[in-house]
Design a protein around this ligand. Structure first.
Ligand SMILES: [Zn+2]
Length: 244
């Protein structure tokens, strides 16, 4: 287990993706935001939007409407909510419904990426997600007949296969010996990053990734390929939906 930190904050959500509640000390609180010593709020990144949630302290609730990554991990309070004073202990809670939906969606995108690479050999060029809906862009010259349905069926076969989704952290040199990592992330991981977090849909897709994921493909749920859009020379955008 690595204790990942951002500025003065220990990030709890990367080692324990199921964690939704914890205690923390307020290091700073002001109009710019709140900094805790420990946080499980996913700050956003890799296409996964930040968490929402609350801080509870002395009978008061501070709603957290977003997170900003800077020198510190800064929690953005909802407008008008009271701020906890620095030095006190608060109880943090991540909004479960949104986070769990984002974890399922993020894992669903990795599954899609693995299926399209395995079956069509094409690389991802971009992507984005909201809870239970997402898009992913691929470099695919020709769209074969029946592509949309074939991708959807292959994705759901992988959901049914209930593959394990593992996360681990490797030293940079070791991580980049995994051939799949080079295809997806060599140019995305900044040179100063020494430890690379790996998300592995075992037997299907291995990527360097800093997001939060469900523990197995069955937990993603049914995947629908809603649309295949042609955005010009080899640029195909797939829109997917994840079942409620
Ligand atoms: Zn990812």
């Amino acid at each position: 287990m690595s204790a990942e930190t951002l500025g003065r904050t220990t990030r709890l959500e990367l080692d324990d993706q199921a964690l939704r509640e914890w205690e923390a000390v307020v290091l700073d609180a002001g109009p710019d935001g709140i900094v805790l010593d420990r946080s499980a709020f996913y700050p956003g990144g890799g296409g996964q939007p930040p968490d929402h949630g609350v801080l509870l302290w002395q009978g008061v609730q501070t709603r957290i409407a977003g997170v900003r990554k800077g020198d510190d991990l800064v929690l953005i309070p909802a407008e008008g909510d009271p701020l906890p004073p620095a030095g006190i202990v608060v109880r943090g809670a991540v909004e479960n419904e949104r986070r769990t939906a984002l974890m399922r969606t993020h894992s669903g995108l990795h599954l899609l990426c693995g299926v399209v690479f395995r079956d069509y050999g094409c690389l991802v060029t971009g992507g984005n997600m909201e809870p239970l809906s997402a898009r992913m862009d691929f470099d695919l010259r020709e769209v074969p007949p029946g592509f949309k349905q074939a991708v959807e069926d292959a994705c759901n076969a992988e959901v049914d296969a209930d593959r394990r989704i593992d996360t681990r952290t490797l030293p940079r040199a070791e991580a980049f010996e995994i051939p799949d990592i080079i295809r997806t992330a060599t140019n995305l991981v900044p040179p100063e990053v020494q430890d690379v977090r790996i998300v592995d849909i075992v037997g299907l897709d291995t990527q360097a990734d800093g997001g939060t994921h469900v523990g197995s493909t069955k937990q993603i749920g049914r995947i629908t390929v809603a649309k295949v859009e042609n955005k010009g020379r080899g640029f195909r955008r797939l829109r997917i939906k994840i079942a409620e």
